[in-house]
Design a binder for this molecule. Structure first.
Ligand code: TSB
Ligand code: ZN
Length: 644
């Protein structure tokens, strides 16, 4: 029998008989390795542990330590799901079942909707099948045979037709189940130790809304029960903190079909949080030398043709509106307007840097599938600014912006953030303006600035703006999902497009550099983050209602109003609960509303000019004079204290 050479990652080589399987090699190395093995990598590609090797191979055995192995494991669990569904609901047709970042899903076509009870049944059947230690086996089928076999299964036929070559792979799972699949899989269900089905959702075949709708079952799987339980606990916690749920419970914002997707309406309480945040960031900007401007939310298409948005950012914009003689578009960014303000008069080097800021509202055609509550919307207001400076000033300006970000995060209580250097994707050139020199310079400036601040960062290829590289500040939610919040962007492009200039010390015209920056992102995204960070219990300075006065009986209502008036006069946000309910009920309600201070007033307090203070976190804090309490709360408010 002929033999072939297997090269292991440590460089050692073995001659093995043709047809040897990776699992055999693992077994020879150590039974422990064979036991931990999930899948193999052969000549760079993932490969079933039980598939015979046919040529000389670079072989790596992947165990539970490898992220690739986790994907294979989850994908194998998706097959187990499909097998269980077919046993219970044989009329179902199978779509695709890939792994995801957090688990897996499988798409099914079936006339009847799956119910939550079905999900339980399916999961129970998965466990039964799992316990049988069914093996996954690869089988090659000629396309002609496949087309005949799947004659009345349109999704399969589409998949088969798309596959290159004349044969395609299928995988059996035990004696009764076979599915079209590229593989690879774990050798047997014995490996699949910890999984859980999570939810059912609608999904279009191939993600295209013109295609038939399928039912998608989501699940997750981990190598160990402990990892699974940790994940499920985090999921529970995340659900409790979900800003969409809290936004509804605490009456912060709402969405309405008649307005449209991605266009939330800010309710009075949410609007208050936003207003406080806006005033805060305007103040911070003012102190840091920014000048605030107002500009309209739309402009002629020509403006964006000039800026390059029309060429590179068109797909993310709402389509134009045709007026008598003009074509207008809703702006996707505020930069072009600010540029025209810069250009509205002569600038000298002595004027620079010019820092133009605005709470600028902009519109982006985000696809419906990615919209989410306040965190990803179609109409958003950005704490935006554009700094026009000389090349020599870039570094100092960059550092100044970073200081503002640090300051704002400290005041808002944001602790866990990381830096990402967002670069262009060199393979996808039509997304970015062409000018290698400019891109490299921008990248170098950002790297140098980060290095001199001693800050670590990861690189994000393909994450740049079309006009230049960015330094993005990333915040992660409870589930570890990251989004960009603050951003600092170096731009040599737009100043060229708009032929910006300033008169230098030499009396000549020079071109300024632009820095685009947002300290606290859009009001929408930042408020969504703060809701989740605090699970709705905002610190006093951000809370929509900072104190609520609770009269014990109707006869104290007049006094309660006086207390409220004093708080309001001191610039504090106070409400009163005058309903004739029991005091315990009122306290419970206020507690659910996460109002920091409840001021209970009965006859005794009314007579003594006092309030009985109750804090949402610390409970009963005893009686105190009204004026003293006003001073105390003002102190927390003005000091932006995160304590109470
Ligand atoms: C900083 N022209 C620059 C500006 O001068 C700009 O618009 N940059 S951006 O495209 O990166 O957007 C700025 C920030 O807006 C992002 O970092 C992100 O935090 C926020 N943002 C972007 N899209 C959305 C959206 N759909 N919903 C909510 N916030 C968004
Ligand atoms: Zn900009």
């Amino acid at each position: 029998m002929s033999s072939l050479t297997v090269t292991l990652p440590d460089g050692s080589q073995q001659a093995v008989p043709q047809g040897t399987r990776p699992i055999d090699v693992a077994q020879k190395i150590s039974p422990r390795l064979a036991n931990d093995a999930i899948v193999a990598r052969v000549n760079g590609d993932l490969f079933d542990l039980t598939r015979p090797l046919e040529t000389d191979s670079q072989l790596e055995i992947l165990t539970t330590k490898s992220p690739d192995a986790l994907h294979v494991y989850r994908h194998s669990t998706a097959h187990l799901l499909a097998a269980a569904v077919l046993e219970l609901f044989p009329e179902t047709k199978l779509g695709i079942g890939p792994p995801t970042e957090t688990g897996f899903y499988y798409d099914f076509q079936r006339a009847t909707k799956f119910t939550p009870e079905d999900l339980e049944k399916i999961e129970a059947r998965m466990r039964e099948l799992q316990a049988k230690n069914l093996t996954f086996e690869r089988k090659m089928t000629p396309k002609t045979e496949g087309r005949a076999k799947y004659e009345d299964d349109w999704m399969k036929r589409e998949l088969i037709d798309e596959r290159a070559g004349e044969v395609f792979s299928e995988y059996t799972l035990g004696p009764d189940f076979i599915d079209f699949c590229r593989g690879p899989h774990v050798p047997s269900t014995e490996k699949l130790k910890a999984f859980k089905l999570l939810s059912i959702a609608g999904a279009y075949w191939k993600g295209n809304e013109k295609n038939p709708q399928l039912q998608r079952i989501y699940g997750t799987a981990f190598f160990t029960k402990k990892e699974l339980d940790d994940y499920l606990n985090r999921l529970e916690e995340a659900k409790k903190r979900d800003h969409r749920r809290i936004g509804k419970d605490l009456e912060l914002f709402t969405v309405n079909e008649l307005v449209g997707a991605g266009l939330p309406l800010w309710l009075p309480k949410g609007a208050t949080v936003r207003r406080v945040l806006e005033e805060y960031i305007l103040d911070l900007g003012r102190q840091a030398g920014y000048q605030h401007v107002y500009t309209p939310d739309l402009a002629k298409v020509e403006l964006y043709e000039r800026s390059g948005h029309w060429e590179h950012y068109h797909e993310d914009m709402f389509p134009p509106m045709d007026l008598e003689t003009e074509r207008m578009v809703l702006r996707p960014m505020n930069c072009p307007h600010h540029i025209l303000i810069y250009k509205s008069k002569m600038r000298s080097y002595r004027d620079l840097p010019v820092r133009l800021a605005e709470l600028g509202t902009m519109y982006r055609y985000e696809r419906s599938g990615v919209l989410s509550g306040l965190s990803r919307v179609r109409c958003m207001t950005l704490n935006d600014a554009h700094i026009f400076c000389t090349p020599d000033q870039i570094k100092e300006e960059f550092t100044g912006v970073m200081r503002l970000v640090e300051r704002a995060y400290k005041d808002l209580g944001i602790k866990n953030y990381s830096y990402r250097l967002s670069l262009r994707d060199k393979a996808n050139t039509e997304k970015y303006v062409a000018n290698d020199e400019m891109w490299e310079l921008g990248e170098r400036v950002l790297r140098e600035a980060m290095d001199s601040l001693g800050l670590p960062y990861v690189e994000g290829p393909g994450e740049a703006a079309f006009y230049g590289p960015k330094l993005d500040i990333q915040l992660a939610d409870v589930m570890g999902h990251e989004e960009t919040y603050s951003t600092i962007q170096i731009d040599f492009h737009l100043p060229n497009r708009f032929e910006l200039g300033y008169v230098g010390a030499d009396g000549q015209q020079h071109r300024p550099v632009m820095i685009h920056r947002a300290i606290i992102s859009t009001m929408e995204r930042m408020v969504s983050y703060l809701i989740e960070l605090y699970a709705g219990a905002f610190p006093v300075w951000l809370a929509p209602v900072q104190a609520i006065v609770l009269p014990i009986a109707d006869r104290q209502n007049e006094y309660a109003r006086e207390v409220q008036r004093k708080l309001l006069a001191a610039g504090l946000r106070a409400e009163i609960d005058e309903r004739s309910d029991k005091i315990n009920f009122k306290i419970r309600e206020a507690q659910l509303q996460k109002i920091p201070y409840m001021l209970v007033v009965g006859d005794r307090e009314a007579q003594a000019g006092q309030v009985a203070v109750r804090n949402r976190k610390h409970g009963d804090q005893g009686c105190t004079g009204v004026d003293d309490f006003v001073v105390r709360l003002s102190h927390l408010n003005l000091g932006k204290s995160l304590e109470e």
